[in-house]
Design a protein. Structure first.
Lengths: 113, 111
């Protein structure tokens, strides 16, 4: 099976812009979670989608949003970018039958200038 | 207090050594425990997955969970330079349906 894929892999934006990141889960996985990874804070949970519904959200401002499509692909959007949004954004997919083990994609590295 | 505490290291050991990586956690309700390995500029890769207490072995890797102490460990036997990476412990918060990660331990195996 193909793994989790994320596009784009690298992105450079300037403050105030917005960005959309995409994630395709492992075939058959219906749950997609997003995480932000920074050197200072480590891996932090952003939100999780299942069957096109957001089931849970982490402690991030409303500038961070996401959605999931009927084919389980997911996108996350960050509006009004700030320098502190520079990070590796990771997507993970899981299947309920596997005890919710999450498999990660390679991530999108976002640099905000 | 963080939900999951992990010594960030860095940890440097000679090739062939036994490596012990550890995490502590605060919520006794947690039942699913994972170890991920992350190479530089890559996403985390699932190494080991354990449910509840006990040991689980996979080749040179052994994961151990002690729920009474709220302590989880990963042991690497006969360590290789290719094991050099950051190791992250993660615990599934079933209520919030999210993984809670430790800070990660940066490990270097010296040839």
């Amino acid at each position: 099976k193909a793994g989790v894929t994320q596009t784009p892999r690298y992105l450079i934006k300037t403050r105030g812009q917005q960005v959309t990141l995409s994630c395709s889960p492992i075939s058959g996985h219906r749950s997609v979670s997003w995480y932000q990874q920074t050197p200072g804070q480590g891996l932090q949970f952003l939100f999780e989608y299942f069957s096109e519904t957001q089931r849970n959200k982490g402690n991030f401002p409303g500038r961070f949003s996401g959605r999931q499509f009927s084919n389980s692909r997911s996108e996350m959007n960050v509006s009004t970018l700030e320098l502190g949004d520079s990070a590796l954004y990771l997507c993970a997919s899981s299947s309920p039958g596997q005890g919710r083990t999450q498999y990660f994609g390679p991530g999108t590295r976002l640099l905000v200038l | 207090q963080k939900e999951v505490e992990q010594d960030p290291g860095p940890l440097s050991v000679p090739e062939g050594a036994i490596v012990s990586l550890n995490c502590t956690y605060s919520n006794s309700a947690f039942q699913y425990f994972m170890w991920y390995r992350q190479y530089s500029r890559k996403g985390p890769e699932l190494l080991m997955y354990t449910y509840s207490s006990g040991n689980k072995e996979d080749g040179r890797f052994t994961a151990q969970v002690d729920k009474s102490s709220k302590y989880i460990s990963l042991f690497i036997r006969d360590s290789q330079p290719s094991d050099s990476a950051t190791y992250l412990c993660a615990i599934l918060d079933q209520g919030a349906q999210k993984l809670v990660f430790g800070q990660g331990t940066r490990l270097t195996i010296n040839p």
